[in-house]
Ligand binder design. Sequence first.
Ligand SMILES: Cc1cc2nc3c(=O)[nH]c(=O)nc-3n(C[C@H](O)[C@H](O)[C@H](O)COP(=O)(O)OP(=O)(O)OC[C@H]3O[C@@H](n4cnc5c(N)ncnc54)[C@H](O)[C@@H]3O)c2cc1C
Length: 510
Amino acid sequence: MLQIVWFKRDLRTADHGPLTLAARHGPVLPLYIIEPELWQQPDMSGRQWAFLREALQELRVDLADLGQPLVLRRGDALTVLRELLATRPIGAVWSHVETGNAWTFARDRRVAELLRRHGIPWHELRQHGIVRGRIDRDRWSQQWEALMAQPLFEAPRLARLARGIDAGALPDVPVDTLPVDPCPGRQHGGRSVAEQALYSFLQVRGERYHQEMSGPATAFASCSRLSAHLACGALSLREVVQATRRQRDKVAQRNGAPPGTWARALSAFEGRLHWHCHFMQKFESEPRIEFENLQRATVGLRDTAPDATRLGAWMRGETGWPLVDACMRALDHTGWINFRMRAMLTSVASYQLWLHWREPGLHLARRFTDYEPGIHWPQLQMQSGTTGINTLRIYNPAKQSLDHDPHGRFIRTWVPQLTNVPDRWIHTPWRMPVDLQRRCGMRIDRDYPSPLVDHEAAARLARRYIQEARRGDAARDESRRIQQRHGSRRRGRRQSAVPSHQRNLFDDGR
Ligand SMILES: Cc1cc2nc3c(=O)[nH]c(=O)nc-3n(C[C@H](O)[C@H](O)[C@H](O)COP(=O)(O)OP(=O)(O)OC[C@H]3O[C@@H](n4cnc5c(N)ncnc54)[C@H](O)[C@@H]3O)c2cc1C
């Protein structure tokens, strides 16, 4: 009987368990459903669609090469599946478990109910090292290792389906109301670009990864840039982990001891691949953190209705802190910014501007081509101080600027109003004497704003508010609960001997 392989965020044929296993049970109908309602959710955007569309185009060709091209349908998943069930006998539905947003989770529940009613099994396989249902956090790392060590699934030969199934068209947009979202510097999507990115990173670009990942300018080339490919599943995490380990072994043979730059870079990179699932597991286990503070004692700390002036200035890259504005504008143009700068953007919104994380989080989600709910929302909360258990990181924008863009090259690329400002003032242009401003051909508060707030005073106040919210027995009990449920376990052991205030339970380390 016909086996439906429902492609979701796993747009590849290599190491695709559902595809390989389904093909062993019968002819395969590879299906992708373009869901208009999904694309109307506030975290979705045109750049994400454009990237995904390119990946779909390539998947279609790859599946055709295996024997059966992708079948595309646009509409509500339940309606699409119901129609397919009505036209022919279906043996089973196969897919990967999706750790998506609240909308996709609710949709999956409805689909599960539909298939149950029709008596059709739905085989959901793990595509990352994330576990659905009750988990044993103490053994989580071991099961992650075990999954990553398993052999890759080989792409199967597919039997061409008999006539009667229209392949369907790939539309330009998933829904007409999706706002136009120009992103001229965006990465391209698709398996072949993803493979090239992986190869070029492991062979060439990644050598100074650990040294250059934090600089906003250097990170564009020195980071792997695999996030968007992982988010749409053009690569499996296991493929990336195994390729990295092969490269690590080669490097070890080449370098001998002591370990060279490559060895350090690859080790740092491998750690991040682990974090990918570590963060997504938190989200899988406690999905309410898409909407609510993880640490309940911090609920109500910030207004959920944000100050529109501050939020607007932050979103447009007009805060008056040059590095913050340069990052936001670079992100707008390219759809990507490195980890450190994402953390800084969030920290500035949450602490200095005292905005609730939800609206800034939605804005960043839409701007990220690599939007991955399972990483995004736990990171947003961590950088906003609402996990209740992490060390507070209130970034000083001027210091970040001095540390990571000392000569202001990145700033001048993205904030042209500051092109002629000398190095000495590029991080704090609002302090520049007026006659110098004139000589530089610009005026503060006419051509470029002064900071929205005073960093020192705002940061002090923010720290006090957060610390007050974290005090008290209820807050401490809640922190213990969070640690028990989500805390990382080094080398598979509990960390309960370490006092909670000394631990960074999100294991960030940067
Ligand atoms: C506020 C905020 C929001 C974020 N939102 C997202 C998001 O929506 N999607 C996303 O993929 N990443 C997100 N990140 C994590 C991180 O910034 C990106 O994964 C990374 O910058 C992507 O670039 P890269 O692939 O070149 O990363 P590399 O540094 O080359 O890392 C390789 C891979 O490891 C994983 N990884 C790296 N850093 C982290 C991290 N800190 N936490 C979890 N996984 C990590 C990613 O899968 C990444 O692709 C967010 C970070 C912050 C602070």
